[in-house]
Design a protein around this ligand. Sequence first.
Ligand SMILES: O=C(O)Cc1cc(O)ccc1O
Ligand SMILES: [Fe+2]
Length: 466
Amino acid sequence: MPSTSFGVPEKYKYQNGFGSYHESEAVDGALPVGANSPQKPAYGLYAEKLSGTSFTAPRHENQQTWLYRILPAAAHSPFEPRESSTYDTNPDRKKLHQIPNQLRWDPFDLDESVDWVHSLHLVAGAGDPTMKQGIGMFIFAAGRPMDPHSAFYSADGDFLIVLQHGVLDIRTELGHILVRPNEICVIPRGIRYNVSLPHGPVRGYILELYQGHFQLPELGPIGSNGLANARDFQAPVASFDEDTSSSYEVLSKFNGHLFAATQNHTPFDVVAWHGLYYPYKYDLGRFSTIGSISFDHPDPSIFTVLTAPSDHPGTAVADFVVFTPRWLVQEDTFRPPWYHRNTMSEFMGLIHGQYDAKTGGGFQAAGASLHNVMSAHGPDSSTHGKASNAELKPMKVGEGSMAFMFESCLMVGVTEWGLRTCKKVQDDYNAESWEPLKPRFRRPEKGGERKMHLLSNGNGAAWGTS
Ligand SMILES: O=C(O)Cc1cc(O)ccc1O
Ligand SMILES: [Fe+2]
């Protein structure tokens, strides 16, 4: 296999940029010039359009891609239902338990017996893919490559894949993506792909977005750079096979159910493509983290990598937020997150290391937690004890660690699998985390003890205290 100068195989070349118009041809001249659908596309290819938004979506949201392929995707037998009694990603509302409890899961097991398609477990979600509304949160754990003569797609939404263990070799219609530790990958609705596992078992989390697409958050006063920079997102280059004589299976996740169709040609026959609708990956190590350099703990929205907005500005159906290694330098500040109850729901996972708000040991890599709408939470008792007495010198937290959050404006329900079948829910979460907190209130002996922080002249306080 040809290699680049860095030893990375040629097939894993990428084009850089988020939301960028990209074009790629594996054979010179395969992309038509100045037109999308010529009467006879070059080399006898078929032109096929793949739309990720309605045709008439506003220009800044519009995402369409033109594919030039050996045979159109439509050339297959009718889809048949598959494994309907066992395939368990169906997000039917009746199966979701909406409960106010704080939930935490022990690390999910690796499962070497299944491939990618059968590795998907819906843990929690809200909404309904048939209405193109809401989200699904999945755990995946697989140990077998997909049959190389198969391709999978989800008609339900975009997959944001957060890899926790192993390496994913994803062959998509638009080219290859190698997802390595600490990387995430987005595969938009409808794109067909095959997952093989070059380094053995894999495990991780998926946020499926039933509505819209992910975008970079606004930067506001931060300015034009910072957080996830557009240039660090990588899309594949065109790469194709020519097999038109053996049998392939196309698997579809359609409203959470599995369907299969057969065809006598490879689904990976796209010789060239151009457009705005494509899969991409991002290395979380490239996230340029921003924080307070004076006092107080800022909202975690400053850690947003990608956001999927609702119709209401500033309110996300899903934010993907990362807690990266970072310096904390705030003066006179309780540095971990404050105790809080939020209108948004928060599903958290840990890729590796230790999350600085939960040092009690119960939140582990490959585990998860859910703090639903208005469910009270915050640092566990051990973290509170340490942080309220810590010497406030500059301190690096999260070294070697990567925690993340799927935050949503929607109330999230937990599936039967998430609540019971997986057998990972911790029954001592509250008892270990917050119930041990002791009252610390004491009445002032005389006068007040109102303090102003170091940077203020204190005038405001002086009027109100003795
Ligand atoms: O609950 C959590 O650990 C996530 C979180 C982190 C933070 O810094 C502020 C608020 C918040 O919900
Ligand atoms: Fe929180």
